[in-house]
Design a protein around this ligand. Structure first.
Ligand code: FAD
Length: 561
């Protein structure tokens, strides 16, 4: 007969709740107790920005499960408003404080799972505790923001931090009719993206919000005479605001683990093995609080996302019940929607590869319609595929567009998990009818472009080298497309005239060829290389050029990479 195990779980949201439910499915006898410091378990943090924007109208919609459901359906005890304050590993006990009564008691465990999440960063800046400055992590946080918006005549908001949550909040404050300014210290929005892909995000936000300020951080806050706030920036700007949302990232909550002497890794998260077990054989840790291996770069990584937290919880439960489940590592598949645009990514970016010291890679860009061009309503997808130059292994992808973005990234995410190459993308059999895609889906096209490069059919020119290259830059667009809209120093010879004008091209210099999207320039490259010229294609053409060198915004994004 099964001996009854006593399993305690710290934190009852994504990682903790999924672990508890899986444990019950595997072990009907175990005694399972969840301790949750806050008033709710299993709530949808990801829905909080939309609750602020009143797209989700009722708070109870955010509650995925309640203590009652855990008790009745799963026979799991949930103690909300109970904080675990310390772990006595030698005794196999935790100390718990009942936050309602103040009483403190100890509980014994056979297995302990830590899923304490992460804390929003709230830097120690002058004026940070003034009323009207909020972070967003819990239902009470979002309730307070809504109350603030409802009870004051707020006109202007500052969102500090232009990551996923900051951008979602910008959209949901815009719903309230506020003028929103995003202040971001990095020189791009959405730091997980490569900067030129983030440029598409900036353009969309700038079209909707009052301001996007890049390369400038928040330095402090002051009370304004009218009862509002003034946000001071590092560059000396003073921005008036009636509400400030801090979205400066999160820090893994490791206090309990550190106090218990568990290993904290180089990225500041709890160190676990691939079964989510800490160095203590009776303690597991999951979710935002842990650091895990990046499956592409092999580096330790912090990726605070709900999908991985749920998977960690499930794997820890399997391991506790003697099943050999393993976490395969993180590849950072994520998506964000705002003002009708979707930005998504999976796997490595050029930035992350460079940080990891990996140089064997190349990238292609394409800007196809999300479905067949002949069917009305096709919207462009700006897609970047990063792959290993030596053998075509897919390393990562980023996409931005209005329609069909997440579907393409999900396909490539799965391909990466299966160790697929660009040749597999070329051959991938995907859904097609005119209103959904094309006979050559954007995913196929990305594979073809990259496969052309790996096979040596066409060499790629790096956009980052454009300002310094000694190459002859050839623009093969039609003259009407070029007017007032050309790459500095480029010579225009339309593709259809190229065969007759070969004598105008140098044979002693490399030729870098561009068009609007990289399609015609590919034909030109094939034509020229078969006529003995040394050529490279500028991937993604002028559409990518505009993202790399955005006019009037900052110079030469690429050089800063
Ligand atoms: C506004 C917002 C939007 C998001 N949107 C997305 C999204 O769209 N997609 C996505 O993938 N991810 C999103 N996330 C991230 C996602 O919510 C987290 O990755 C996920 O919730 C992490 O789960 P977790 O169990 O590790 O931590 P959490 O869900 O944060 O749960 C940890 C819980 O532990 C409790 N706790 C901590 N310490 C103790 C203690 N000592 N004793 C008792 N209880 C304790 C905390 O009160 C907390 O409730 C979003 C997060 C936020 C805040």
């Amino acid at each position: 007969m099964n001996q009854q195990k006593r399993i305690l779980i710290v934190g009852g949201v994504a990682g903790g709740a999924s672990c508890a439910a899986r444990l019950r499915r595997l072990d009907e006898q175990a005694e399972i107790v969840i301790f949750e410091r806050g008033p709710y378990v299993s709530f949808a943090n990801c829905g909080l920005p939309y609750y602020v924007g009143e797209i989700i109208q009722h708070e109870d919609k955010l509650l995925v499960a309640t203590p009652g459901l855990f008790r009745e359906r799963f026979h799991i005890e949930v103690r909300t408003s109970h904080e675990v304050t310390s772990i006595d590993r030698a005794a196999g006990e935790v100390e718990v404080r009942n936050l309602e009564t103040g009483s403190v008691y100890r509980e014994r465990y056979d297995a302990l799972v830590l899923s304490p999440g992460a804390t929003p960063i709230r830097p120690d800046l002058p004026g940070i505790d003034l009323p009207g400055i909020f972070t967003l992590r819990t239902i009470p946080d979002s309730r307070e923001i809504r109350e603030w918006l409802k009870t004051r005549d707020a006109q202007r908001a500052v969102v500090a931090g232009g990551g996923f949550i900051g951008i979602e909040m910008a959209e949901n404050l815009d719903v309230w009719g506020l003028d929103v300014t995003i202040v971001e210290m990095a020189d791009q929005l959405m730091p997980p993206l490569d900067p030129e892909m983030a440029e598409f995000v900036r353009l969309r936000l700038a079209a909707h919000t009052a301001q996007v300020r890049l390369g400038d951080g928040v330095a402090g806050f002051e009370q304004a005479g009218n009862g509002g706030l003034v946000v001071r920036t590092q560059a000396g700007e003073r921005i008036p605001a009636d509400i400030v949302i801090l979205s400066l990232g999160v820090r893994p909550e490791v206090g309990l683990a550190r106090q218990a002497g568990l290993e904290i890794g180089s990225r500041g998260g709890i160190r676990v093995d691939d079964s989510m077990r800490t160095g203590d054989p009776r303690i597991w840790a999951v979710g935002d609080a842990v650091e895990v291996r990046n499956s592409i770069t092999g580096e330790w990584d912090l990726v605070p996302l709900a999908g991985p937290a749920n998977r960690h919880g499930r794997i820890a439960a399997d391991a506790i019940c003697g099943r050999a489940s393993r976490f395969r590592g993180i590849q950072g598949t994520a998506v964000c929607g705002f003002f009708g645009l979707t930005a998504a990514l999976t796997g490595a970016t050029e930035k992350s590869l460079r940080r990891a010291g990996i140089g064997d890679y190349e990238a292609v860009y394409l800007h196809p319609g999300h479905h067949a061009g002949y069917y009305p309503g096709a919207r462009p997808i700006h897609l970047k595929l990063v792959f290993r130059r030596s053998d075509g292994l897919i390393l990562g992808a980023q996409a931005v567009g209005e329609e069909g973005v997440e579907r393409r990234i999900d396909v490539i995410a799965m391909a990466i998990q299966k160790g697929a190459t660009v040749f597999d993308l070329e051959e991938a059999e995907l859904c097609y009818a005119p209103q959904y895609g094309s006979a050559k889906d954007p995913v196929n096209l990305a594979g073809m472009l990259a496969a052309n490069a790996v096979r040596g059919d066409v060499a790629l020119a790096p956009w980052s080298g454009l300002t310094e290259t000694a190459a002859f830059v050839l623009d093969v667009r039609d003259p009407g497309e070029v007017a007032g809209n050309s790459i500095d120093g480029a010579v225009n010879i339309p593709l259809d005239q190229l065969r007759d004008r070969l004598a105008e091209l140098p044979r002693d210099r490399e030729i870098w060829v561009a068009c609007r999207t990289g399609h015609r320039s590919y034909y030109a490259c094939r034509l020229l290389s078969q006529n003995g010229f040394r050529v490279r294609n500028l991937p993604g053409g002028h559409e990518s050029y505009k993202a790399w060198f955005p006019e009037g915004h900052r110079q030469l994004t690429g050089v800063k990479l």
